[in-house]
Ligand binder design. Sequence first.
Ligand code: NG1
Ligand code: MG
Length: 518
Amino acid sequence: MEVPTTSSLADIYPGDALKSQTTRWNQLLSTFKERYGKSPEFVSRSPGRVNIIGEHIDYSLYEVIPMAVTADVLLAVAVHKKESGPSTIRLTNVHPTKFESREFQIPDTGDVHIDSSTLEWTNYFKSGLVGATELLRKKAKDFKSSIGMDILADGTVPSGGGLSSSAAFVCASALAAMKANGIKEVDKKELVELAIVSERAVGVFSGGMDQSASVFPLQGSALYVSFVPELSAKNIAFPELKSPLTFVIAQSFVAADKHVTAPVCYNLRVVEVTLAALVMAKILGLSGLPEDAGPLNHSLRGFHDTYFQEKEGIKDNHAVSKAEFQEQLQSLVKKVDDYLPQEEGYTREQIAEILGLSVAELEKKHMSKFPIRAERFKLRQRAMHVFGEAIRVLKFMDLLYSLPPKTDKENTELLKSLGELLNDTQESCRDIYENSCPELDELCDLARSAGSYGSRLTGAGWGGCSVHLVPEDKVESVKQKWIHEYYKKKFPDITDEKLAEAIVVSKPGSGSSVFQVN
Ligand code: NG1
Ligand code: MG
């Protein structure tokens, strides 16, 4: 499917957001004119996302259910004339004091350098550009380097806020670069795949959920994303319920900056689940693990499929029924319990010994792509979370596709069951994946006490955002509870504007698009 091109904002935003968005877009276009003395040719747009369920399992290649939100990244672009010599990229932001203007040249070779050791907003643009350049080279052998561009960026996805501003920025950038270089129809899947790889260039072992959720969604649908046998996404419309599904998103305002925390948080988890897969495969006597599309080329999903192939003769595990797959996952939880008993974690020496490697070899092979810091690796807990969460995603899908409830009571029961799954995710994140934080736990507890059916962190965690399934008639009381017992207590000077940013009731929004200016 192609990324849609439109010149109507009504195709992009739901009716209730249209008015404020129109004002914002008009401002974007006029600021562009002021800064560059001409109009942009197009605007590339990609939204942030909230993950409904399936946390920290995308890089283990298990299915996840995110949805796009209205907040997004806009890049207004004017393309330079093709000239000989290096081309220039000029980048400015509608908030120039927060994000300083930059200019850089693309060398004739086309290879743009990214210094991922610094936190620099334009790195995300560069990584999208590099990804797009690689794809363009694959498509046309004589393509070397991107054309120059003048760009004005406007992002409303809070950075470090758990709604995936980074993926939105990378996807919008790659899309802009493809459009600027003459690709008329950008394939959504190609865009997602290149954005996943691009974001790794900025120093994070990214899964693939955020980029999928930024590009694929259709207005009004959540997304069921699968990573095997290949990346695919299915738009799932929420069931029409008398008392509908309402998701409320609340910021903790604890900034979780992956560039600072990755070595002891995100990237460490990626390493831990990879090691869990390798160790389980070894202990259970598998012949080895296939190279797969996981960030470290080995994943728990790869272990899972190989196990059932070698031990139970199931040739194509992707073809088994969802019910059978769920049973397999249950049996793997049991296996983790039996074969990875060490609650206190495993040392490098222990892991190396199981894998038949020296510690130096272990570090070189599995811990050197990005820096990590840890004495012990909690393989048991991390694997338990991943298999448990993969089960919850399947259960969530089953419930969404169950018969529409006939009575109010059944409707409430359905919402409660969905909510319980979210609550179980939070417990698992807090206790065994250890990616929550006291503030997120508090937001969840407060919401539940005011009527939320299910509350949990969303995205990477360690700060950032939370998501809550709240019956419509309780949304207001949940909000008030947070305002008085969280926001005003923690930030006594908080403005109304900031509060409005903190709590968002979101409908599923639409994915990436290109807006043609005239
Ligand atoms: P955040 O940090 O919220 O963008 C990250 C990963 C996802 C996924 C979630 C946890 C990136 C770009 N995103 O999301 O792929 O693993 O954490 O479910 O690294
Ligand atoms: Mg991110």
